[in-house]
Design a protein around this ligand. Structure first.
Ligand code: ADP
Ligand code: MG
Length: 566
């Protein structure tokens, strides 16, 4: 390791040379207690920026206590966010060509989740940045680079890591730790979700996840579902506990049903202080389900929901390039359950009506034997009673569901009321609408992905590229993730693309393991070797956010070349 002054001298010598000469600056440099590692140097000013790390010994810093995994994860998130906030004030002028003098840290937005932008391990804290090495055209701006790398970055490290006041960092870590504690208490209390009183659920707009400001009604739990949970940092917290079983969220249009469900869907993640959803937590195995017509389905045993197609076509190993609304929704449920989902979240707005219900008149006209679709309403109790899978459904129109619900929550002017007994009483006045399930619930048929059908290469190069939260370019294919609603961060998409390649190259997808076993194994590798393990990059993998097994499976299931064996 050499002193940072040598880097300065080197950069001054490189001034005026061609961009390729920047390759010489790779290495690790010391500036007092800070180390600067230049791991990867970009090929030209427009290429993806260079990858550098700023490191310091934890023992030299004054950081909040972070012995537990949650607190460490939260602190890593905090430090990455702090670095991002400090960057604009460093006084680095964005002069030069392309990405010159750009400093970027992948710190995330409202959700807090394991990410690779900042890592604390052993006695080391490591901040991972992307920086654009400055150039005019293809000519190195050596003095500007020296300023950036030998002055601005050490200053960034000092300002980010040497906290003079711990209170903000402590608060951030405490809030995340509390959310985890709340989530851990769901199962022992027979709950699937919890919404703390005074939570702010609505968001600023359809494209912003920041809290709505102005006239907002804070959440208030209804007496019947009010529970009190413990937190390590805020004592007892009161809120609405949604019990296991089948729960309906009903109410008139615009009264806040979808807003509540969206908050629950994101409650599998923790949230930053000030988000409004810090105390909205959902079981970690909750999966948002919707209809997704046009998606591909491969080798799914759809028979629990769709059987005996016309002309004797079987649905036990069903493949289509263009699924209908009901078929896609059935597949989405079965695929989620295949990899372990324990709570299904559905909003009538985005469900296929003929999959959700069949009314009495229709049941009378078309006999059950002539209808391939077993509507969800006929299976939903069985899902819970025989497989332990709960569901939370937003229904505005399908009152038939009263009959099968354990809990009915009425959203009225953004306030929840419990109307279970009224709903049951109303249901009892009508003749039974719900058909009995045609057979016992059988767990989804496990599928084994065929390795040769998963090809991330284009020509002779691996080509995997994430585009926002919506798409992963995968070899010649493009995986459409627009309807996979619990992917909330572009760095998760990046993670998913590279995780699939890793699973392939590391022999985890081996033609023998089922999708669920592949995910078990992948999770084990990540647990043991950290999120970094999946990175194909030279230089640090500082722009991943962890995705859950459900979202990784969702991507694999949407790869249009995938082949499976049952
Ligand atoms: P629904 O699904 O019942 O039709 P939405 O959840 O879509 O209703 O909410 C309708 C509108 O009300 C949205 O614009 C949403 O941002 C707003 N909203 C939701 N909850 C609240 C609240 N607690 N306070 C203020 N506005 C809210
Ligand atoms: Mg709605």
């Amino acid at each position: 390791m050499s002193d940072i002054h040598r880097l300065r001298a080197l950069l001054e010598r490189l001034d005026g040379k061609g961009y390729k000469a920047y390759q010489d600056i790779r290495g690790v440099y010391r500036a007092g207690q800070i180390e600067l590692a230049i791991d990867h140097v970009q090929g030209d000013p427009f290429a993806s920026p260079s990858r550098v790390r700023l490191m310091a010994p934890v023992s030299a810093l004054n950081l909040p206590e972070h012995a537990s995994e949650v607190r460490r994860m939260a602190l890593e998130n905090y430090l990455a966010r702090r670095a991002r906030a400090i960057i604009p004030g460093l006084g680095v002028r964005r002069t030069g060509t392309g990405k010159s003098n750009q400093i970027f840290v992948d710190a995330g937005e409202q959700e807090v989740m394991p990410r690779s932008a900042c890592r604390i391990f052993g006695d080391r804290v490591e901040l991972r940045l992307s920086v654009g090495l400055p150039a005019a055209g293809r000519t190195i701006l050596g003095r500007s680079a020296a300023e950036l790398l030998t002055e601005a970055l050490p200053r960034l490290a000092r300002a980010t890591l040497w906290l003079s006041d711990l209170s903000e960092a402590e608060h951030f870590v405490d809030v995340v730790e509390d959310a985890h504690a709340l989530r851990e208490q769901l199962r022992p209390n027979g709950l699937v979700a919890f919404v703390g009183d005074d939570s702010i659920l609505p968001r600023e707009s359809g494209v912003s996840q920041r809290p709505l400001k102005g006239r907002v009604v804070p959440f208030r739990s209804p007496r019947e579902l009010r529970v009190e949970l413990d937190t390590p940092n805020s004592g007892k917290v009161v809120g609405m506990g949604i019990p296991e079983g089948v729960t309906l969220i009903v109410g008139g249009g615009f009264h806040g049903k979808s807003t509540l469900l969206s908050a629950l869907a994101r409650g599998v993640y923790d949230h930053v202080p000030g988000d409004g959803r810090e105390r909205v937590v959902t079981r970690a195995d909750a999966v948002k389900i919707r209809a997704e017509d046009g998606r591909r389905i491969v080798g799914v045993n759809l028979s629990p929901f769709i059987h005996d197609l016309p002309l004797g076509r079987s649905t036990r190993c069903f493949t289509t390039d263009d699924a209908s609304g009901s078929t896609s929704q059935a597949a989405n449920i079965l695929e989620a359950v295949e990899v372990g989902a324990g709570l299904l979240l559905m909003d009538e707005d985005t469900c296929a009506t003929n999959f959700m219900v069949r009314d009495r008149a229709m049941r009378e006209l078309v006999p059950q034997e002539a209808e391939p679709i077993v509507p969800l309403i006929d299976r939903i109790r069985q899902l819970y009673e025989e497989a332990g899978i709960s569901s939370i459904l937003v229904v505005g129109g399908a009152g038939d569901y009263f009959e099968v619900a354990d809990t009915v929550i009425w959203m009225h002017e953004y306030r929840p009321e419990v109307v279970t007994s009224r709903a049951k009483e109303i249901a009892s006045r009508y003749e039974q609408h719900v058909g009995s399930p045609p057979d016992a619930w059988r767990p989804p048929t496990p599928r084994v992905p065929v390795p040769a059908s998963i090809d991330p290469t284009r020509g002779d190069r691996t080509k995997v590229k994430a585009r926002g939260t919506e798409e992963v370019g995968f070899g010649y294919e493009s995986i459409d993730l627009r309807q996979v609603e619990q992917i909330v961060d572009p760095s998760q998409t990046r993670f998913i693309g590279d995780a699939l390649v890793y699973a392939l190259r590391a022999g985890i997808i081996d033609g023998k393991r089922t999708i669920s076993e592949v995910l078990d194994q992948l999770e084990a590798h990540i647990r043991e070797l950290s999120i970094d393990v999946i990175s194909p990059h030279s230089g640090h993998p500082g722009d991943y956010a962890l995705a859950r097994r459900y979202e990784i499976a969702a991507a694999l299931n949407r790869l249009r070349t995938l082949e499976v064996r049952q």
